[in-house]
Structures are given as C-alpha cells and as structure tokens.
Design a protein around this ligand. Structure first.
Ligand code: FMN
Length: 243
C-alpha cells in the first residue's frame, strides 16, 4: 500500500543481534520519533533508561529469566512510565499531585506509544527489536539495579540491534476477529475466528520448529495461573495508585 504500512506489516521480533553499535544519531532519531507519538494531554509520562554497563546487563539477564539477548544486544532500554517530573513540579509549587489508577494507566499508555514509535523508527533504519516483558519478573531486584525514584515505573525492556537471524513474520488472528461494526460479535463468531487462526498458526509453528500445537492451547496454558503477582505491591511502593 505504502512504505510505512509495508514496514509495519513486515514486523517480527529479533532475538539475535550483530555486535555493531548503534550510532548516537540513530538512537536520537528514534527517541525523537518516540516522543512525537500522541501523549495524553501532552503529559509525556515516560522515560527510557539506556543500560550501558555490561555488569548491569548481565544482572538483567538473570532478572529477566535468563534472556541472554538482554546482554548481547548493542542497545538495551528500560522503558518506564514516568510521572516523576509531574510530582516534582507539584512539590515545588507546594500543590497536591493527585494519583489514582487513571494516572498509572496514562503513564503505561504514554510509555507504550513512545516505545512503539521508537520500534517503528528503528525498524525503518534496518534494526531489529525485541520487547522484554521479563523486566517485570522481579521489580524489587530491578529497582536495586536501576535505582528508579518514586513515580518512575519500569514497564518493559527493549533490545535493539542489527539482526543476526532470519525470522519470518508471525501471522496474527484475522482482522475480522479484532475489527467489529457497531457491536461486539457473539461467542460463536469469536470461536470461528480462533479456530481459523489455530489452523494458520499451527502451520507457522511447525515451519518454525515451535512445539506448540496451536494458539488456543498456548493461550489456555499462559492464563492457567497468575504471573508476576508482586507487581501491584511494588508499583504501589513506587508511588502508583490503583484506586
Ligand atoms: C510488552 C511485550 C513484552 C514482551 N516480552 C518479551 C520477552 O520478555 N521476551 C521475548 O523474547 N519476547 C518478548 N516479547 C515479544 C513477543 O513475544 C512477540 O512480539 C510476539 O510473540 C509476536 O511476535 P512478533 O513480534 O515476532 O510478531 C514481548 C512483546 C511485548 C509487546
């Protein structure tokens, strides 16, 4: 359709990188693109912490559940929701800074749009990326490493570098399963779309040597139990509210 849509449709996560460093100009161009994402009421509630220290990177490998790419990629960013500057502004003016679930969600949404714009910018320059949700595996341990102040909430990591692997685009569920007219469809329609997708993704898993029968079984297993149950307590400690 056009170059931007083609780029977006060609996205795939990259988990092995060449060691070529990323020029500062490329990083700054991506950050500027990230910052130009829409942001709720222009609050710009995000930050990216670049981890350059190799010892810290190694520590992050274990904190993210043994994800070696976190140390091996040339650029690793910890993406955070950040209301620190808003709080400091309020404190300096001696006015209250109100905080509830809405404030947390604004920061998460803003930071995610910021990160995704960066991803698109990096991919447009020929780099590969991989988000790292494993950054939330042990938020207390992560805090020991990053020392983020109150009001800064690490959300996920981002590996960036020149790809050192061939990867194929992972198919998604059909658009009819995510775009509806006027009303949400009935459960039969939901099942029909999922069953179609299971057939497509099963072929992709087989072709890519992934030993999962289909998407349904993967999703059932993923949600059989809770993950990262310490997150709400840690984010609260870091100044978030879920009221
Ligand atoms: C918020 C978020 C967290 C993720 N965390 C990880 C992770 O910790 N490790 C990893 O290898 N991939 C991670 N991924 C990548 C997803 O597994 C990947 O995007 C998904 O399987 C779809 O594949 P694709 O990106 O190649 O299309 C994450 C993606 C997102 C959006």
């Amino acid at each position: 359709m056009n170059d931007v849509v083609d780029l977006l449709a060609a996205h795939r996560s990259v988990r092995r990188f060449k060691s070529d460093p990323i020029p500062e100009a490329d990083l700054h161009a991506a950050v500027r693109a990230g910052q130009q994402a829409a942001t709720s009421s222009n609050i710009q509630a995000y930050a990216a912490i670049r981890i350059t220290d190799s010892t810290v990177r190694e520590r992050l490998v274990s904190l993210t559940g043994g994800q070696e790419k976190v140390a091996a990629c040339p650029l690793f960013l910890a993406i955070c929701g950040d209301v620190r500057r808003h709080r400091l502004l309020a404190a300096r003016a001696e006015v209250p800074h109100a905080s509830n679930l809405e404030g947390f969600m604004l920061a998460v949404i803003d930071a995610t749009l910021f990160a995704q714009n960066m991803v698109v910018a990096f991919e447009s320059m020929g780099y590969g990326t991989c988000y790292i949700g494993g950054l939330r595996n042990d938020l207390a341990g992560l805090h020991e490493v990053l020392g983020t102040p109150e009001g800064v909430w690490p959300l996920f990591g981002l590996c960036v570098g020149v790809p050192d692997q061939e990867t194929s685009v992972r198919p998604r569920i059909g658009p009819e399963a995510v775009l509806f007219d006027d009303v949400y469809p009935d459960d039969d329609a939901v099942f029909a779309a999922v069953d179609d997708y299971d057939r497509v993704i099963a072929d992709w898993y087989r072709a890519n040597g992934i030993k999962t029968p289909d998407w349904s079984s993967r999703i059932r297993k993923h949600f059989e139990e809770l993950h990262r149950t310490g997150s709400s307590a840690w984010y609260r400690k870091a100044g978030a509210s879920f009221e």
